[in-house]
Design a protein around this ligand. Structure first.
Ligand SMILES: C[C@@](CO)(OP(=O)(O)O)[C@H](O)COP(=O)(O)OP(=O)(O)OC[C@H]1O[C@@H](n2ccc(N)nc2=O)[C@H](O)[C@@H]1O
Ligand SMILES: Nc1ncnc2c1ncn2[C@@H]1O[C@H](COP(=O)(O)OP(=O)(O)O)[C@@H](O)[C@H]1O
Length: 292
């Protein structure tokens, strides 16, 4: 991921192009424990960022316009979470500034790696700084939640145990790990999985003490595997080498390893043509120090 530009007041040129990282996340586990009256599902999950993801470029404008400078295939400008994040910050603060926003996309869409949410979080954090809004972390998390359930986590910025729809966050610590990631050739529509009849919605509520793969699971995995055989195939393959699991609503899967070398050895024997890569778990968001 790119280095973080110096944004101390003495160094800061407000018209400069600023590049900021937007890391991917994985859900180490995901239990569905109930449902809200509005139909949204109540979760218990653990979020961890990866040292791998998208890159956002931001340039402040004085005329208030919000412009997207790169094309994201399949995502119209007004639907793009980066544009919606900038508009939400304008609405919350009354800022007169605008922005040019570019997205260098690497995180597969509909992959369960939170790409759109992370892009939105990095825009909120970045523009809060570039526009001099001075909003607190808690306020940015509130605005983020209006854009998507995973956005508050990225603003929180640390490995977290999450409840509610993912907005009730507590920092947790997990051992260092390198993850072998597989992106099956499938894009999973989150809404379709949450609305599946057979989905487990009554997992026992955990009191989180320490995270372990073998006492947890992803309650969406069985439904996704049934509907998307390529996800099932990837899970079967990766299970031969490690504790393989799906992230979020899929389609991407991961397995943790205690060294980069071990993860790379497995990546080297992946079937030809599969999209696999190795990423390190990240304990803190690279923009953590930009918010108070
Ligand atoms: C499953 C998770 C786990 O981290 O992430 P992803 O796999 O998408 O990254 C999240 O809870 C994804 O939350 P969010 O980002 O809000 O999901 P969206 O794609 O906006 O939700 C699409 C639809 O799924 C349903 N939905 C979503 C979240 C939730 N807790 N309960 C639901 O029932 C709602 O019908 C919603 O309209
Ligand atoms: N900047 C963005 N990047 C990715 N997806 C976006 C973006 N803005 C809006 N979206 C929409 O959000 C959906 C979910 O994308 P994403 O967050 O990448 O996956 P997931 O929710 O599975 O982790 C996409 O299918 C797309 O329609």
């Amino acid at each position: 991921m790119p280095g973080i530009p110096d944004m101390s007041p003495s160094e800061f040129d407000p018209s400069a192009l600023v590049r900021v990282p937007a890391p991917a996340k994985i859900n180490l586990f995901l239990h569905i424990v109930g449902r809200r009256p509005d139909g949204y599902h109540l979760l218990q999950t653990a979020f961890r960022m990866l040292d791998w993801g998208d890159e956002i470029s931001l340039r402040r404008r004085d005329d208030g316009a919000i412009l997207r400078t790169t094309d994201v295939p399949g995502v119209p400008v007004e639907a793009d979470l980066v544009v919606r994040a900038a508009r939400a910050l304008q609405a919350a603060t009354g800022s007169i500034f605008g922005a040019e926003i570019g997205v260098d996309k690497r995180i597969p869409m509909g992959g369960g790696l939170g790409g759109g949410s992370s892009d939105a979080a990095s825009v909120l954090i970045g523009l809060n700084r570039l526009w001099g809004c001075g909003l607190s972390r808690a306020r940015l998390q509130e605005i983020g939640l209006t854009l998507g359930a995973d956005v508050p986590f990225f603003i929180f910025g640390e490995t977290a145990f999450a409840e509610g729809v993912g907005e009730d966050l507590q920092a947790m610590s997990v051992p260092p790990a390198w993850y072998l990631m597989v992106a099956p050739d499938a894009s999973v529509p989150t809404a379709e999985i949450f609305s599946a009849k057979e989905l487990t919605r009554d997992s026992e509520i955990l009191i989180m003490r320490a995270f372990a793969m073998h006492t947890t699971r992803n309650d969406m995995q069985a439904t996704v595997c049934r509907k998307f055989p390529k996800v099932a195939e990837a899970l079967v393959w990766l299970s031969h080498y490690g504790a393989a699991r799906m992230s979020g609503s899929g389609a991407c899967i991961f397995a943790p390893f205690d060294s980069k070398e071990k993860a790379e050895q497995v990546a080297a024997v992946a079937p030809q043509g599969w999209k696999v890569w190795v990423a390190e778990g990240l304990d803190r968001h690279p923009l953590q120090s930009w918010v108070v």
